[in-house]
Design a protein around this ligand. Sequence first.
Ligand SMILES: Nc1ncnc2c1ncn2[C@@H]1O[C@H](COP(=O)(O)OP(=O)(O)OP(=O)(O)O)[C@@H](O)[C@H]1O
Length: 972
Amino acid sequence: MEASATEDCCVKVAVHIRPLINDERLQGCADCVTVVSGKPQVQIGTHSFTFDHVYGSTGSPPSAMFEECVAPLVDGLFQGYNATVLAYGQTGSGKTYTMGTSFKDGSQTGLIPQVMNALFSKIEALKHQTEFQLHVSFIEILKEEVRDLLDHTAVNKSETTNGHVGKVTTSNGVITLAGSTEVSVRTLKEMACYLEQGSLNRATGSTNMNNQSSRSHAIFTITLEQMRKFNPAFPGDSNLNDSMSEEYLCAKLHLVDLAGSERAKRTGSDGLRFKESCISPADINAEETLNTLKYANRARNIQNKPVVNRDPLSNEMLKMRQQLEFLQAELCARVGGASSDEIQVLKERIAWLEATNEDLCRELHEYRSRRAVTEQCETDVHVADTCSVRSEGLKRGLQIIDSSDYQMGENMMGDSGEIDEEAAKEWEHTLLQNSMDKELNELNKRLEQKESEMKLFGGSDAVALKQHFGKKIVELEDEKRTVQQERDRLLAEVENLAANNDGQTQKFQDIHTQKLKALEAQIQDLKKKQENQVQLLKQKQKSDEAAKRLQEEIQFIKAQKRQNFRHWKASREKELLQLRKEGRRNEYERHKLQALNQRQKLVLQRKTEEAAMATKRLKELLEARKSASRDNSVVINGNGVNGQSNDKSLQRWLDHELEVMVNVHEVRYEYEKQSQVRAALAEELAVLKQVDEFAAKGLSPPRRKNGFARVSSMSPNARMARISSLENMLSISSNSLVAMASQLSEAEERDRAFSNRGRWNQLRSMGDAKSLLQYMFNSLADARCQMWEKEIEIKEMKEQLKELVGLLRQSESRRKEVEKELKLSEQAVAIALATSASGNSHNSLKHFADDMSAPLSPMSVPAQKQLKYTAGIANGSVRESAAFMDKTRKMVPMGQLSMKKLAVVGQAGKLWRWKRSHHQWLLQFKWKWQKPWKLSEWIRHSDETIMRARPRPQALPDVIEEHRSNYSFVNR
Ligand SMILES: Nc1ncnc2c1ncn2[C@@H]1O[C@H](COP(=O)(O)OP(=O)(O)OP(=O)(O)O)[C@@H](O)[C@H]1O
């Protein structure tokens, strides 16, 4: 921005929405701020605000903040413009984080470190033509005190005057800080060191002074002085020569980390150029976030007039230089410039240059298109190569897959290699699968074989086979014997024939010999067959044994299988039982949880409705106030109304104001309550989620305090149901909180505006003031009297409560005593029965029965009567009180009483009436004030007590009666 271009400009405002931090997440906070997509617009509840920039959440990324918002200010610094960057927002909204005021270990996240980087880069680029001097100061403002953070002595001495800076205001309104350290810096490292040192001093002070950081403003100021050298004849020429002139500029960049907005309210921010508004998106901070956004939105209307901070002398010189330039230009124009020859030469030169330029452009174009073509070709070739390689690879892969003796090619490269590798893997897989299939088939075959063998050898066929082989052997034996006989016969014949020894005989002999040989062969054959049969028989025996063994094994396996099945069945049944048990427990838990969810939801809904009512009422009151203030101003400005009606309108106005205040108080109270409820819900949700995480990892969750013990034992389904219910409730709570925050912020806003204008502007005369004061006095007196009455009532109620508690305790102890006695008497009955059963005399039983008819204790508690009363809240132990029972028993008809006695009875009657009214009151009190769940607990407890107590006094007389009338039964 040049000095000549100086114009008014508005303060620019950017909103930085930080993410929810852990603490907020733990509190179950929800995001209540939304960014309108593509626009620098923020929405919270029903409110909508537009800024110059929005970062974070779903706005622009925070990393762009420096370039878009602060870098132009750094550029402006080099042109002599002052600038200020302010971080405004509630405590914990991220101001320090955004500014980087707590700069540590070279962290680059904040704006200040980025400013320093940009500053030094620019200095480096300009140092050949400009001389720079940099100074920094770092101060902290807490209330009215200014503390120098670069003063070593200031550390740990915040109570002393050391390090404290005096404020001096000069005549032209510029504020200078006397005594603040302004250190000269030469390098980035030095500057970073000072920032770090100052941050450290601030942090130290903060610990000493109870989190001062959120209550104090921190200002880091960078002062840039520059001595620019330039040639006045050619302002654009940066070459240094003897005729150089100098220009001095000095500008400051203030980087301010303001105090938490809710603590230190508005500060004067004259001359600010840029403003970062940090906000927390958490619903719990909704009210303050709204206030911040409203304030920031208003800040956009502040107008600034930037001025270059120039040395007056160099300013004057610059003006003169500009004038000189202007005059020179004018002179040139007037004189008419150069000769026509020169112009001609120049024109020719221009034409030549233009032609050359055209040629060059054409060449460049050709070259570019050639290059494009070459590149395209190269690309095509490359693509073609790749394709061919791929297709080759594919082919090869397919060939390899087709061939049965597939081997993976190790030298395959590139894409084809990948394809082949994939194919190889696939093939390998197929092979493996085939071999496994084969193996399986083999096994199946063997199994089948075995089974057929089993069939062959086992079963009833085996006996038949054995018989068959036996028969076969016998047949063979017979055949053998026949053949042997035939042979013997033939041998004998041969011998006979040998003895005869003639030609014919020789012939017969030969025939016989041949026959014999054939028979011998037959015998041999038969022998072999016999041996084979024997072998077969042996084999058969072996197979039989094997079959037997197999059979035994099968039996064993079957038995084992049966046993396993029994075990499995038993374990399944056990599991089922367990599951059923768990199911029942889960069901019970589910019901319990459902009831709890329902109850809590109802309570929350009721609270939310109450809050909504209060909020609505507040809204109406605020609207009414707005229109009323308009009416009032009309009335007052009109001056046409008599004093009485003016008084009335002032009184109405006062009542209204007070009502608004009370309503704001009510909404704030509801807000606090709602926050507490929300915190409790969030805590439970966090625990449940933690338990869920542990469960997902198969770990047992850590032990919790009493309230959360049941969370750990919840079933996953119950947990899920509870989580969803809690989330639902949290969302309701969050909406309610945001709605309340919105109205509270509105009320505060209007109240501020109202207070600024002056609350008492409505009062125009002393008469008005006096009358209103009188009205106020009366109202106050009324209120105090009412308060006094209420206090007395409370006191009385407290006393009654105390008394009732005493009575309750008394009757409780009495009940216990009675129960004890009852137990004793039961034992006595049991003993008596046992004694009578063992043949004791009628007398002893009679004696016992007499004993039983007599009072059980000196107090003669009418046990049946006492225990017969109907169950209910009012019939709590108070009614059982011994005193009350005594009084009841002592009542006698009025006619039988003397006057003296009547007086006593009258006293007793009074007491009795008081007791009765007291019990009625107690009944009402309990119904009214007891929490519903306590009440139901009480009912259950009292019912149980009665149920336990009731049968005994009834059973006891029955038993005695039975003993009295059926004595023979006892003897039997
Ligand atoms: N943009 C962010 N991203 C992540 N965490 C952040 C961001 N902004 C702030 N935080 C975290 O929020 C917490 C509060 O931030 P910070 O101290 O900057 O707030 P503050 O407004 O300066 O508070 P105070 O007014 O008390 O000084 C810190 O733990 C910080 O790390």
